[in-house]
Design a binder for this molecule. Structure first.
Ligand code: SF4
Length: 454
C-alpha cells in the first residue's frame, strides 16, 4: 500500500467524472442483477448450496488439490505447484521460453494480475497481450484495473476512443460497435499467430480435472483453443470437489456478475486431446498466501469468493471512491477482506475500515460471505497485531475512564453540550472531518427524570 485507503480515497473523491462513470455503471449492473436474481424462486437455496460447496472444498483442500493434480495429469496435462507469485510467474515464463515464444495472449485473469504476471514476463523478454476488451484498454493506457468484472469501469466511451486513437493509431468515434471493431482488428492477428495462451480459471474440478473459464466476449475461447500451448494460473481456492458442483456455480455466477441468466461463453477442458485445442496444457496452482488465510477461522470464508463483483456494485463506499483507492487488484468489499489477508495486515492495515458495515455486500453475495463480520474481525486483528494508532489509544482510554464513573459521565455530557468535552475533542477530529457530530440534546435523560421528581 503506497498511501493507504483514506488518503487514496480522498484523492479519488475529488474526481467528479469518475463518480459519474461509476454511479452510472454500478446502478445499471445492480438493476440487471436484481432482475435476473428475482426470476429464480430458489435463489436463497442456491446461495446456501454455493456456500456449502465452497466450504466443503476448503475443509479438505489438500485432498481435493491432489485429486485435481492426478486427474489433470491423467488427461495429459502438467501441474506446477507455486508457493508464491514469483514461482508462478517463473513457471509461465519457462513454458513460453521452452516454446521459443516472446509473446503470449492472455484471457482476463485476476490471479495473474495479483502476481504481476505481465510485468514479470516483460522482465523475462516476453510480452503479454491482453485480449479482454477492458483489459486491453487498461494495458494500452498503462492504467490499473478498478473493478473485478469491468476493469475499465472508471473510463467512459469518449475516453476509450481517445486511448485507441493515441495507442492504436485508429480514428474511432465513441460508438461501441466502432470501438469493438478496432479492438477486434488489433487482436485477431494475435489470436492467429501467438503460440502460447495464458488464462486463469473460474473453477477447477478435482473429480475430473476440468478447468472452467466463463466470459462474455469470446476472446477466452480463442485463447484457450487456438494456441499450441495453454498455461492456466489458478488460485488453489478455485477447486470444486465434484463435476456436479458446477450446476450450482454456473447458475450463481452469471446472474451475480453480469446480470445474465447464463454466460455467453463457458469454456471447459481437461488436459489435451488429439486434433482439438492446444497440444500442451500446464496448470499452475498458486498458493500466494491462501493457506495463511485458511488458517484464520473467521477470515477463511473470504476464500469462498467466486469473484462475481456483486458486492462492489452495491457498496456505497466503492461507488464513491472507485477501485483505485483500494490499491489492489481486488477492490470493494471483497478487496477490503482479501487483500489484507493475502498481503499481510501490515501491508494493508487501513482496508478493513473501508466500509460503512451496512451489510449490502453480505445480502448479495452468492456464496454468503459475511463480509461485515470479517471486516470487524480484521479490524480487531489489526489493532491487536499491528498496534492501535496512538490517537485512538488515548481517546479510547479517556472514554473508558468516562464510562467507568457516573459522575465523570454526567460531567462529560454537560461539557459536550457546551462543545468542550471529550466528545468534541481533538481525538474525534479525524472522524468529524467527514461526518457531522450529532447535536447533544438540551437535556439529558437523567435531568429529565430528576425534573419529574423520580
Ligand atoms: S465476496 Fe461474494 S459478492 Fe463479492 S465478489 Fe466474492 S462472491 Fe461476489
Amino acid at each position: 500500500m503506497k498511501e493507504g485507503f483514506p488518503a487514496a480515497a480522498r484523492e479519488a473523491l475529488a474526481n467528479s467524472q469518475l463518480r459519474r462513470n461509476l454511479g452510472h455503471a454500478t446502478s445499471t449492473i445492480r438493476a440487471k442483477r436484481a432482475r435476473v436474481v428475482g426470476e429464480v424462486p430458489d435463489w436463497e437455496a442456491l446461495r446456501e448450496a454455493g456456500a456449502e460447496i465452497k466450504d466443503r472444498a476448503l475443509r479438505h483442500l489438500d485432498v481435493h488439490l491432489e485429486r485435481l493434480e492426478e486427474a489433470v495429469t491423467r488427461a495429459g496435462g502438467t501441474v506446477h505447484w507455486a508457493r508464491d507469485g514469483a514461482e508462478a510467474c517463473a513457471a509461465v515464463a519457462e513454458v513460453a521460453r521452452a516454446h521459443g515464444s516472446n509473446e503470449v495472449i492472455k484471457v482476463k485473469s485476476l490471479a495473474s494480475d495479483e502476481i504481476g504476471l505481465n510485468e514479470a514476463l516483460e522482465r523475462a523478454g516476453i510480452h503479454a497481450v491482453e485480449t479482454d476488451l477492458a483489459e486491453l484498454i487498461i494495458q494500452l493506457d498503462d492504467d490499473m484495473q478498478s473493478h473485478i468484472l469491468v476493469p475499465a469501469i472508471h473510463r467512459n466511451r469518449a475516453e476509450i476512443a481517445q486511448i485507441f486513437h493515441r495507442e492504436l493509431g485508429v480514428d474511432v468515434s465513441d460508438v461501441p460497435a466502432e470501438l469493438t471493431a478496432a479492438a477486434r482488428a488489433h487482436l485477431r492477428a494475435k489470436f492467429l499467430s501467438v503460440k502460447v495462451g495464458v488464462s486463469g480459471a473460474n473453477f477447477a474440478v478435482a473429480e475430473t480435472g476440468h478447468v472452467v473459464v466463463v466470459e462474455s466476449e469470446g476472446n477466452g475461447r480463442m485463447c484457450t483453443t487456438l494456441p499450441e500451448v495453454l498455461v492456466s494460473v489458478v488460485g488453489i481456492e478455485k477447486v470444486l470437489p465434484r463435476w456436479r458442483d458446477l450446476e450450482v456455480m454456473l447458475q450463481l455466477l452469471p446472474r451475480s456478475s453480469t446480470g445474465e441468466r447464463m454466460n455467453p461463453y463457458t469454456s471447459i477442458w481437461s488436459g489435451v486431446s488429439d486434433g482439438d485445442g492446444p497440444r500442451e496444457f500446464h496448470l499452475v496452482l498458486l498458493d500466494g498466501g491462501r493457506t495463511d488465510v485458511l488458517a484464520d477461522e473467521v477470515g477463511r470464508d473470504a476464500l469462498r469468493c467466486i469473484r462475481c463483483s456483486a458486492c462492489l456494485n452495491v457498496c456505497p463506499v466503492y461507488e464513491r471512491t472507485g477501485g483505485h483507492a483500494y490499491e489492489s487488484i481486488y477492490p470493494g468489499p471483497i478487496g477490503a477482506i482479501l487483500t489484507p489477508q493475502l498481503r499481510g495486515l501490515d501491508n494493508a492495515p487501513t482496508l478493513p475500515w473501508a466500509s460503512s458495515l451496512c451489510g449490502a455486500c453480505y445480502e448479495v453475495c452468492p456464496v454468503k460471505i459475511d463480509i461485515p463480520s470479517i471486516l470487524v474481525h480484521l479490524r480487531g486483528r489489526v489493532v491487536r497485531e499491528t498496534g492501535t494508532p496512538p490517537t485512538e489509544r488515548v481517546a479510547m482510554a479517556a472514554m473508558a475512564r468516562v464510562f467507568a464513573s457516573r459522575r465523570a459521565y454526567e460531567a462529560a455530557q454537560r461539557a459536550a453540550r457546551f462543545g468542550r468535552g471529550p466528545l468534541a475533542g481533538a481525538a474525534l477530529r479525524p472522524w468529524t472531518r467527514s461526518r457531522e457530530l450529532p447535536e447533544p440534546p438540551s437535556q439529558t435523560f437523567r435531568e429529565w427524570w430528576r425534573e419529574r421528581g423520580a
